[in-house]
Design a protein around this ligand. Structure first.
Ligand SMILES: C[S@@+](CC[C@H](N)C(=O)[O-])C[C@H]1O[C@@H](n2cnc3c(N)ncnc32)[C@H](O)[C@@H]1O
Length: 220
């Protein structure tokens, strides 16, 4: 939908397709999994602790139109932008705050591209739902659960709520108790679940960019 730090948009095709009518993303970010291919046609429920991010989703699911998105202001080099959607959309490791950022030429180009992705996808999400809250606030239902928390040990400002705020042992218990199909994402260094490489032969634990998953399917 929009670019976002840690977005799964580029990797989305490596994850198993949803087997249930409902997809829940309890660490929503930009919901890269649910937007891949035809997955957006499912019922989709997003949760995120970041109220600014949820506010953007509420606007996109609600009143936003293609024209309104294309009319969103451009970023200008050198200005200090506080506009959350554009900043989050261009956030990289070099942008050290999601609240304000001094705009660089590459951020201008990234926002242009992000705005056009948004406009192209806006009609897909009008039946989705979003809630602000903790992952534990998600309803206890059988669904396809795509669980993509800030990775354990990640230190940085990519998120307003990152890994220091999470108890990963508690998270592991919660992940294991989901009903339906569960796909949990992590890097190779996390040990709270028996994660396996997402791409066999490519993802190994020594690589900082490696992607790992834990998958599970229950009868219910
Ligand atoms: C790795 S990002 C998700 C990326 C997403 N899969 C995508 O494609 O863009 C993690 C998200 O978890 C959110 N988050 C952090 N702690 C949370 C919590 N306790 N409950 C719910 N969301 C949380 C962050 O605000 C962030 O948006």
């Amino acid at each position: 939908m929009f670019s976002y730090y840690g977005s799964k948009r580029q990797l989305a095709h490596y994850y198993a397709d949803p087997q249930h009518d409902l997809i829940v993303e309890p660490f929503a970010g930009s919901a890269g999994y649910s937007l891949h291919g035809n997955r957006w046609r499912k019922d989709v429920l997003l949760l995120d602790r970041d109220t600014r991010l949820v506010g953007v989703w509420e606007w996109l699911i609600g009143e936003a139109t293609r024209a309104a998105i294309l009319a969103l202001p451009e970023l200008r080099v050198g200005e200090t932008s506080r506009e959350f959607l554009s900043i989050a959309s261009v956030a990289t490791r070099t942008v050290n705050s999601l609240s304000t950022a001094v705009v660089t030429p590459s951020m201008v180009a990234a926002w242009e591209q992000s705005r056009s992705y948004l406009a192209a996808d806006i009609s897909k999400i009008k039946h989705w739902h979003v809630r602000s809250g903790e992952y534990t606030d998600a309803p206890d239902v059988a669904a396809t659960w795509f669980v993509d928390p800030p990775y354990e040990g990640y230190v940085g400002d990519g998120y307003a709520y990152g890994s220091p705020g999470l108890d990963y042992i508690r998270l592991a218990t919660w992940i294991r108790s989901r009903a339906g199909q569960t796909i949990a994402c992590e890097s190779g260094v996390a040990g709270y679940l028996p994660f396996e490489p997402l791409r066999a032969g490519t993802d190994n634990p020594d690589d900082a960019h490696a992607e790992f998953i834990w998958s599970h399917h229950t009868e219910r």
